[in-house]
Ligand binder design. Sequence first.
Ligand code: KPL
Length: 293
Amino acid sequence: MGTLLAASLARAGHAVTLLDRDPERAARTSARPLELTTPTGETWSVPVQVALSVPPEVEVAFLCVKTGATEAALAPVRDLSCTVAILQNGCERASFVAEALGLGERVVGISTTEGATRSGEGRVHHTGAGSSQVGPARPEGAERAERVVALLKSAGFAAQIGDVRAASWRKLVVNAAINALTGLLDCPNGQLLASPAAAELADSAAREVAEVALALGVSGNWEPEAACAAWREVALHTSVNISSTLQDLRRGQTTEVHAINGAVARLAAESGLAAPTNSLLCRLVAAREELAV
Ligand code: KPL
């Protein structure tokens, strides 16, 4: 998502700096333009500045790293005044960064269903256009959220102000259903719809998320049918996309399964519910990670 965002914002004429803490990779990436392939198959070369540190005049820092790398990635922006826009899988990430990590009203949450597949270093395929809900972690951040919406829109994304807590739970329904299973089955998102057995497992994972959201009082329609329809619609729209979990597994990296299916199982238990499908999916993906090491 980070490369997609950087290339799309730069293509729209914004001054973008892509941060990379790995000096060798940064040198390689800065030596050539980013390559962005659109959902319609056009490929654009987009020059983007790559740096090891945050430019002090930065207005908005988009945090697109994996959940496990959050604190380290935020360290360089802690003492600046820029808006920090959080674009991560998992639930309630913006409130975590605002409250637990203390960035408060500077934090804006983004929940997106855009499909992006990394096709190589500095290369990204925008495989499916989705939509993004944007909201401040605290009411005082409303203007910052408006600015993030304007930036995303200018870069061609469908973005609007919305209830990010609810949106992050709606996204969790989708990620819990699609990510672990595509990782385990080694298939693009749309293939889950081609297998009744896989689709039934995804339905079950989605229904469990909806039950937990309802128990926690998250606003929205948490009917089981709505949860099943939600992941199916995203799988259809991002059918050729390689989920972030499958991309991680193919690269031998740890996934975000603990922040997705693992979080559902944990929050279900805390609410006195059971989430056996999410719990099993979490353990299976964790086992695949362990075997890949
Ligand atoms: O968010 C995604 C991911 O892969 O992490 C979806 C929406 C499932 C798109 O692939």
